[in-house]
Design a protein around this ligand. Structure first.
Ligand code: MIG
Length: 692
């Protein structure tokens, strides 16, 4: 059951799709269902708090730091461009205000509020949960598990899991916010990317590196270097003289280009995007009505006002310029929005610096540190108060709607795609997001580092992203910042072959990390080929999860809530109805311990086509898994269908499947298939029963 409480006059976010009766709260008694669990306070902003039992677990928050169980720290929903995801960081790129408490009493909350929210989950006081916002205008949805949720196992379409309270709450929340975006099937192919592919030659070199070595690949994503002076919707005339021809040439080889689009529009007289935006008042404005100026990649830019429907349509339609050149996929970056500096912030900093410089002959420590910090003005909250949006004719200061910006950039693109190519699915993923954006595109998890700890963070984040509807998602495999190593990349790929977005991406200046840069290419080739063998299963489970508002990656705790050990295991995940994953995420090990909540079949791939199978009893096990091996666990009564290995999705062969599982028991799998790119999924899509 979902109840919707309205405090004050919230801003319309379009996070949800289901219409629910509104319970207006003018006094605490109106919110009795909420205050049954929480202390509600409307003094000094809004807050809800409760005492947690030791046994309570707290889940949700989508793209957030740390573990699956969020207890023991605080998190602030505030879309932030911070490329250093250390354990202490409270904000990442997304704002996913869905939280769920599972314990004696279980319930979920979604706070539809697009400014900062603090979730203090045992940080200030170890057993206290406090959710607070500065403003008092918001919708709060309280979600309780459905009666049947605690009942005995029943068979459900997606996953055949008995529905636990957690699964029931997630499913209801997902129904509230609408079905997830489904990309074209080729988006499940492997994507190679790097910031620093400067020209056509670089692109051809990557294509050749993969194709000549028979390393599977479907896409190359292009970073900001393809543009002319970082201007959106332009292509550098010397470095990429004929994008349409290059794109056609690549398509011959079964490859797609996926260019980046940044939020900020370069200020440059003569550049039509800039001029049209100014002329039509499509950019965010300062209080005095002039266009706000932020420094980002192109230098000074204006921010398109994605919260203004007309501006959204205008910006979205601009993607057509690249679509006309044969482009079928995009990634939207810098849309928190990231601000290197604002003109105002820069002026303040210069004033402060000149003050400090007065003592330059003998700076004391404070002066010296002060000087060092003065220009630390990127992504400054003060800037969020310096510009305004025009939402349906209302002037709204950015800080009040900050978390809607990236969402609406991606929505702008997706809505225009519907008119530009009405019956074709395009690939679209974004860095910043808010609840509701999952209907329009996927996300990647931003600038991680080539650290083993970030491989583990990737593993733990996947189910939380899914809870918030972000099914098409993944991390920069191999790590974005810092220099990767061969073993880290191999282990990361061995997990990445299971994530819908499987992209190897790295920052300018880091060690090159295309697979062919390393010795022992066989190891990479086999892992990539295994990905392609898995695509029919992954795509099928993905579409089922999208249509049934279910999870693709499920924490063990949600399926085995009575098993205390399973509830604490966060480095293993269920994937779709058939699999449990237990990735290796440490260096210099030849295996790991694994907890089996039930008897399972241990399947270890030593190459894309060779594997061993060993039935294992429930309980703890140590499994060997070398650098070039991929381990997975098959659930009893389930099958894993594998298609023949291939080098790109164009070659996927749906006519002959190898079925892994217990033979002779009549076990079957319902495989979803369709043409992989049209939107006619209702007519095109079908289920094929595969039986072993
Ligand atoms: O300020 O376009 O997260 O994937 O390579 C850095 C350059 C801007 C941040 C993205 C990253 C991308 C990079 N961008």
């Amino acid at each position: 059951m979902i109840q919707k409480f309205r405090f004050g006059t919230p801003i319309k976010t379009d996070a949800t799709v289901a219409e629910l009766p509104v319970i207006p709260v003018t006094a605490a008694k109106d919110a009795a269902a909420l205050t049954k669990f929480f202390r509600l306070s409307l003094e000094n902003g809004f807050s809800l708090s409760l005492a947690m039992d030791d046994a309570d677990a707290v889940y949700g928050l989508g793209e957030a730091n740390r573990g699956i169980n969020k207890r023991g720290y605080k998190y602030v929903s505030c879309c932030t461009d911070d490329p250093n995801h250390t354990e202490d960081k409270v904000s990442l790129y997304g704002a996913h205000n869905f939280i769920m408490l599972i314990g004696q009493e279980s319930f979920g909350l979604f706070l539809d509020y697009p400014a900062d929210i603090c979730f203090d989950i045992g940080y200030t006081k170890q057993n206290e949960l406090t959710i607070s916002t500065d403003g008092t205008d918001l919708d709060v949805y309280l979600i309780t598990a459905e009666e049947s949720a605690t009942a005995a196992p029943s068979s459900r379409p997606a996953g055949n899991f008995a529905e636990s309270a957690a699964l029931s709450i997630v499913r209801q929340f997902r129904t509230l916010i609408g079905h997830s975006y489904i990309p074209p099937r080729w988006a499940f192919g492997y994507i190679q990317s790097r910031w620093g592919y400067m020209d056509e030659k670089d692109i051809r070199r990557v294509a050749k590196g993969y194709r000549d070595n028979h390393l599977p690949l479907d896409s190359i994503s292009m970073d900001i270097d393809y543009m002319e002076d970082y201007k959106d919707f332009t292509v550098h005339p010397e470095r990429f003289p004929d994008l349409a021809a290059l794109s056609a040439e690549m398509k011959e080889q079964g490859l797609h280009f996926v260019p980046i689009i940044d939020a900020g529009v370069k200020i440059e007289p003569g550049y039509d995007v800039y001029e049209d935006g100014v002329k039509n008042n499509y950019f965010c404005k300062r209080a005095d009505g002039t266009d706000f100026v932020a420094g980002v990649w192109p230098g000074k830019t204006h921010f398109p006002d994605f919260l203004n429907a007309d501006a959204r349509k205008w910006f979205g339609d601009l993607y057509k310029r690249l679509i006309d050149a044969g482009i079928e996929g995009f990634w939207n970056d810098m849309n928190e929005p990231a601000i290197f500096y604002s003109e105002e912030g820069m002026e303040d900093a210069i004033t402060k610096a000149s003050e400090l410089m007065k003592s330059k002959d003998n700076p004391d420590l404070n002066t010296f540190w002060g000087m060092r910090d003065v220009f630390n003005i990127s992504n400054d909250h003060a800037d969020y108060k310096r510009f305004y949006h025009n939402m349906d004719g209302n002037k709204i200061r950015h800080d009040k709607v900050h978390n809607l910006y990236g969402f609406n950039m991606t929505r702008a693109a997706a809505e225009s795609f519907d008119t530009i190519c009405p019956n074709k699915r395009l690939l679209l993923f974004s860095r910043s997001s808010y609840i509701g954006m999952h209907r329009f595109g996927g996300i990647w998890t931003g600038d991680n580092q080539s650290w083993w700890s970030h491989l583990l963070l990737n593993i733990k984040m996947m189910p939380s992203l899914n809870m918030c509807g972000f099914l098409y998602s993944g991390a920069d495999l191999g790590g974005f910042g810092s220099h990767t190593t061969r073993d880290l990349l191999l282990r990361w790929l061995a997990f990445g072959i299971f994530t819908p977005l499987m992209r190897n991406h790295a920052a300018l200046g880091t060690r090159e990390q295309e697979c062919y840069q390393f010795e022992g290419l066989d190891d990479f080739r086999e892992i990539l080929k295994l990905r392609y063998r898995l695509i029919p299963y992954l795509y099928s489970e993905f579409v089922k999860a999208a249509r049934n508002d279910a999870l693709l990656f499920t924490p063990l705790a949600f399926v085995f809530p009575q098993d205390k050990t399973a509830c604490e295991v966060e480095d293993q995940l269920l994937l779709g109805e058939s699999l449990m994953l237990a990735p290796v995420y440490q260096p210099n090990v030849s295996g790991r311990t694994v907890y089996l909540p039930e008897d399972m079949l241990f399947v270890k791939f030593t190459s894309a086509t060779e594997y061993s199978m060993e039935p294992m009893d429930a309980g703890w096990h140590y499994i060997g898994c070398a650098l070039n091996e991929v381990a997975l666990f098959l659930r009893k009564g389930h099958l894993l269908p594998l298609c023949p290995p291939c080098e790109c999705t164009k070659q996927l062969d749906y006519t002959s499947f190898e079925l892994i599982g217990e033979a002779g028991k009549g076990i079957s799998y319902e495989l979803y298939t369709d043409d992989g790119y049209t939107k006619n999924m209702e007519q095109e899509g079908k289920y094929v029963t595969l039986t072993l």
